[in-house]
Design a protein around this ligand. Sequence first.
Ligand SMILES: [Fe+2]
Ligand SMILES: [Fe+2]
Length: 290
Amino acid sequence: MLETRVLAQREAHMKVTILCENTVGHRIGLGEHGFSVLIETGHGNYLFDTGRGDSVIRNSLELKKDLRPIKKIFLSHGHYDHTGGLPEVLKLRGKVDVHAHPHVFLDRVHVVDENGKETKRFVGIPFKKSYLELLGANFILNREFVQVEEEIFLTGEVPRKTSFEKLDPKLFAVTDGKTSPDVFLDDQSLVLTTQRGLLVILGCAHSGVINILNHVISKTGKDKFYAIIGGTHLDFLAPEQMEESIKALRKISFERIGASHCTGMRGAFRLHEEFGDRFFYGHVGSTLDI
Ligand SMILES: [Fe+2]
Ligand SMILES: [Fe+2]
């Protein structure tokens, strides 16, 4: 009887490790502007995003994580800082399913004002689909909330329902040669059902962290989150929007919030101030053991 219980606990065990992030918090790994998370489960390991390309392999080696047997790759959206490491991972892994929204391949632009001069920077996925397929990517494109593995779901397109979560005014997408504000239909998050509650891994939360969490609640029928980790984009938005998001987060049941990446320092400070010990900064090597 005891043996069966131990086995059941072992099977339920899950480990989530940040491989790429803007910052390094331990004396290990390399920081870069990007995000990537390794999910280890009893039925295989999965990669969510791949960073911008400089650190995913190096950090996996330093953290003693073998990316060769990963079962699937999930892409949160088409920004270069989440997709740039894909070729390096594919060269190591070979043929593998890569789940993403069809808009992951859109051309994207970041417009910045530098000393009164408007500068445009390409920030879309830096590789052609055909090149990635040549390296072994088998793209599985989804728009809907889907179950991709036992205990693992992708949110698909997130309905924009809150009044306060708005688009980043500096980000644009190019469709049919026309540049317009990027609505990020491809922005999707990963949802893990764990024995302690839902664990949501955000990419950049371009569809709004509250919109995402509400979508997860409505699709899973569960409203108890163990942890919310990843980029919340809070620092790129108006201060009023950050405050509204935090006000809405207070009403959501979660044990931990591990802000990373595009949360930015101001966003992270504010979350820490608000949620105290429930907050942690998710940097390279940060781990959740469930
Ligand atoms: Fe990002
Ligand atoms: Fe992004």
